[in-house]
Unconditional design. Sequence first.
Length: 309
Amino acid sequence: MRVVVALGGNALARRGEPVTADRLRTNVRSSCAALAGLAREHEVVVTHGNGPQVGLLALQNLAYQDVAAYPLDILGAETQGMIGYVIQQELSNALAGEREVTAVLTTTLVDENDPAFEQPTKLIGPTYSAQDAAEAAAEYRWTIARDGDTFRRVVPSPDPVRIVQAPDIQLLLENQRLVVCVGGGGVPVKADSAGRTSGVQAVVDKDLASAALAAELKADTLVMLTDAEYVSENWGTPEQRDIKTASSEDIGRLAFAAGSMQPKIDAAVRVARAGGRALIGPLDRLDDLLARKVGTEIRSDVAEGIVYA
């Protein structure tokens, strides 16, 4: 089975934790231990987010004023290197050298006319109180949005058109490598009429980019690991219902939180329509998710439309 596994932010930085190198490694080590069994048996591609890390690098850039701050595309490449290195190392350690693991610096083609550039929604960086968020917005000219009970910076998140390095990733899989790629959704790039690419100032959603990659690789399954046990309709209300299984058509009619769960649903629908299936569930219960004891499964052939847990 060919599986693309998208590690959510909780696999790298737990909510409320400091975004330190030690915590990154500890969290990644735990995540890779959970992935090891799957990686021993199947073709596995691991993708990951970078929201807290790219936001931290952006803040560090602003603190050092002797040179101009680096743009988001270069910061995205930096996070791919730092996080990809740790995942590659810890997954290899978890497998005790049984499989070779390769990290690939990945770029994602986007449309420079995507309307997302006019409406930032992607959460990055640390959380703030309302007062601190207002001060940061005024000082750095950021767009700020609510994230639960706190606030975070938001940036444009255009849809991925294609993963530029997909043929290279395919070649690595054919040669029995496990691949770490599409970090933070891949560095977003645009192409001119001559095919030359250049970076754009945005962060591509890693779940949507993972779905684009899964479709290009003809993967059997996209697994999106998060801190929620299910996708929930009417989340956080008295009418909340946890979804166990859904067709891509029926779940596509429901609305979810724009900056968090909705991209996962859009990614799942894209994979299901390409002939695969998508699983959304908790990292710490990966075996149960794969065994369908927890989590939400989305595919195109669910006769009941939506089955609730």
